[in-house]
Write a protein that binds this ligand. Sequence first.
Ligand SMILES: [Zn+2]
Length: 134
Amino acid sequence: MQRLLRILAFAWASPYTLVGLAVGGVGLLTGGCVQRRGRIVEFHGGGVRWLITRLPNGQFTLALTLGHTVLGQTAAALDIARDHELVHVRQYERWGIFFGPAYVLASLGVWLSGRRAYRDNPFEREAYDETGDD
Ligand SMILES: [Zn+2]
């Protein structure tokens, strides 16, 4: 039963994981690296770093999660962000294909109510609360 739930969680989050693997694959072709940590595949460097630093606030983004992949600027950035990103992996496992829209709507909702779109987003609050940051 536990194994079946794990397989379903992977399938449920797989559309995002596939995007992460595609971005990570481009990263590998452009000088990046890959490593596995438990059920997570992490990519860093090369085109992955290039992409992250071009996102809004990307210079300050250590890593980001797409399904069961985590994209980081560097190996050290992944080490720092790992616990936080693991909370996001569990959120993808819970929300599946709905995670992306739910995250964006949550950011929009808090922003419209005058709070911070990123730090006050409930998905980020959960990640920061669980890792004891902030
Ligand atoms: Zn986060």
